[in-house]
Design a protein around this ligand. Structure first.
Ligand code: ADP
Ligand code: MG
Length: 213
């Protein structure tokens, strides 16, 4: 597969929803270390918003699908999660303008726009123990795969692996943003819940798009 078509993008979103739902308890448990313990629940609600957006998508355009999904997530209250993840999807949709299918380079463009949109909403930098610590390396890995001429699925696999590695690396970090900031050094040792969610989403993107998964 050299291009991802609309149905592949649908399957990526379905895959993300599946992974997040399977990790509901784990994500909430991670959030109970330094937050209010609801991150899994909030993420599941974000994924349900995506599923509603998928069901309502009529024009079979990637841009509409991602834009609707993003705005639906943006409307999920419960802290930082909705606006940050929502802007990721809305940002991706901007790069999907006029595209019916995505090669690896377009996929990298999508993710880069998504990351840029998240970064416009927060001053968090890599190393601050946030979702950025999983998202930035994942996006980077997809871009590097594109430059190396990899197929979209291989790029998604590399992105998923980098997101997971990035999420695991947050264990050693001290939270400087979000509710976990309040517990200072006590945040060291556990994975950042937002970074763990990014790892779930990218794993789901890959598995959803992979017909052999
Ligand atoms: P929620 O209650 O919505 O779960 P939290 O404050 O518990 O919000 O944060 C959840 C995750 O969102 C964090 O683990 C972190 O990855 C990310 N996050 C929170 N605030 C910020 C921020 N200001 N900048 C970047 N990421 C953030
Ligand atoms: Mg929370």
């Amino acid at each position: 597969m050299v291009q991802l078509a609309y149905n592949d993008v649908l399957n990526m979103l379905r895959g993300a929803a599946k992974q997040v739902k399977a990790s509901h308890q784990t994500l909430s448990k991670l959030d109970s270390v330094g937050g209010d313990g609801d991150h899994g629940t909030t993420m599941v609600r974000c994924m349900e918003a995506i599923e509603t957006a998928m069901a309502q998508a009529q024009d079979r355009k990637v841009i509409t699908l991602l834009n609707n999904a993003g705005w639906a997530i943006m409307g999920i209250d419960g802290g930082a999660t909705g606006p940050l993840f929502g802007s990721f999807f809305v940002g991706m949709s901007e790069a999907a303008e006029g595209r019916d299918s995505l090669d690896t380079s377009s996929l990298a463009n999508l993710f880069e726009k998504g990351l840029a949109a998240v970064r416009r909403r927060t001053k968090a930098q890599p190393g601050d123990k946030t979702m950025i610590d999983a998202l930035a390396p994942a996006v980077d890995a997809v871009r590097k795969s594109a430059e190396a001429g990899a197929a979209p699925l291989d790029a998604l696999a590399a992105g998923a692996k980098a997101a997971e590695t990035g999420a695991i690396a947050t264990r050693a970090m001290q939270a400087r943003f979000g509710r976990a900031k309040n517990i200072g050094q006590k945040s060291i040792g556990a994975e950042d819940p937002g970074a763990a969610s990014v790892a779930c989403i990218f794993k789901g993107f890959y598995e959803g798009a992979n017909p052999h998964a």
